[in-house]
Design a protein around this ligand. Structure first.
Ligand SMILES: O=c1[nH]cnc2c1ncn2[C@H]1C[C@H](O)[C@@H](CO)O1
Ligand SMILES: [Zn+2]
Length: 358
């Protein structure tokens, strides 16, 4: 196998379906924005603050991992802050060689300083457009779709679903629910999911991360999710051995080509996987599930799309063929129209990997 260098992974075109806007801020930006509003931080040194987020998120518990978002959400409460954070997100992803990204965040968490839900989305979408244009000017092509998340412990999912549909022609391509999974099953938000289905809209659901098969089953068979956010616990329905045997739910997920938005580093931090080497992504790829590689929260995991791929190369010995497979899986599973997905696969991804494949 040809050894794969990190710089080449950065250059390779990558597609990202699961990245949280409030989980990807630059530490230096958090410090500046926090200073402007008098929000106290654990450190005002960018490197130290970056390390603090990774350490604090490295808890083995999703609930404690989520506590670190208090600092990022606190500094994203004005239109200017949201626009800046979104623009920097687009620039950072483009610089990492991501050519397509769906970035999500929960508008209901950004109303503390008086913005309306519509103003929150307008500012964020404008920031993505600004960052995308700046990246293009620097020769880095990226397309960003916005996903609106509703918090699963709250009761605003119908409102956020309607917000997402209102902005469907202005940059919002899908809907999601996130937050602590145990105790908050997706069926609590059935009204929102049924509304989205009637509107022919797309949605993914965080399921099968901190809670297992019942959450995945509900997300698919009750709520009608197009994709699974994480979905990593689907392995609980697979009996491993010389010939792995799939249970009915795992077989359904694979047969229907339901995309799994796998996030290796995040899963290790929250305890959903013991290590990268033991992450179920290896098995799920071998079994040809529609597996994709994602960052989840670049700040909390101190990671990037290239780093996630490099970790998989190291742990599983993957080469360019596997990295291209994950990338095409992600692009096929994106929420933008089919013809646009195909154009990115044919015009950007395949030519990009053709230069790298032996
Ligand atoms: O991996 C996750 N699981 C569940 N919830 C998450 C995860 N990463 C981020 N979140 C939450 C915290 C954010 O404030 C929110 C919206 O992006 O989504
Ligand atoms: Zn997530």
């Amino acid at each position: 196998m040809v050894a794969i260098g990190y710089e080449d992974i950065v250059k390779a075109p990558k597609a990202l379906l699961h990245d949280h806007l409030d989980g990807g801020l630059r530490p230096a930006t958090i410090i500046e924005l926090a200073d402007a509003i008098g929000h106290p931080l654990p450190s005002t040194d960018p490197e130290e603050l970056g390390r603090w987020f990774v350490t604090a998120a490295d808890s083995g518990s999703l609930e404690r991992y989520l506590e670190t978002f208090a600092h990022t959400v606190a500094v994203m409460q004005t239109a200017d802050a949201l626009r800046r954070v979104a623009a920097e997100c687009a620039l950072d992803l483009a610089a990492d060689g991501v050519v397509y990204a769906e970035v999500r965040f929960a508008p209901e968490q950004h109303l503390d300083h008086g913005l309306t839900l519509d103003e929150v989305v307008e500012a964020t979408v404008a920031g993505f457009a600004e960052g995308t244009a700046l990246a293009a000017a620097a020769g880095q092509r990226i397309r960003i779709g916005t996903l609106l998340t509703a918090m699963r412990h709250a009761a605003r999912s119908q409102e956020i679903a309607e917000l997402a549909v209102r902005f469907r022609d202005s940059g919002v391509v899908g809907f999601d629910i996130a937050g602590a999974e145990a105790g908050f099953p997706p069926t609590r938000h059935l009204d929102a999911f049924e509304y989205l289905q009637r509107e022919n809209f797309h949605f993914t659901i965080h399921a099968g991360e901190a809670f297992g098969l019942p959450s995945i089953w509900q997300a698919i068979q009750w709520c009608g999710a197009d994709r699974l956010g994480h979905g990593v616990r689907i392995v609980d329905d697979i009996t491993t051995g010389a010939t792995p045997v799939l249970g009915r739910l795992a077989a359904y997920v694979r047969d229907k080509r339901i995309p799994l938005e796998l996030c290796p580093s995040s899963n290790v931090q929250t305890g959903a996987a013991a290590s990268i080497a033991e992450h179920p992504i290896g098995l799920l790829r071998d079994l040809r599930f529609r597996a994709t590689v994602n960052t989840d929260n670049r700040l909390m995991s101190g990671t990037s799309m290239s780093r996630e791929m490099a970790l998989l190369v190291e742990a599983f010995g993957y080469g360019w063929a596997e990295l291209q497979w994950f990338t095409i899986n992600a692009m096929k599973s994106a929420f933008i129209p089919f013809d646009e997905r195909l154009a990115i696969i044919d015009e950007v991804i395949k030519p990009g990997y053709a230069k790298l494949l032996p």
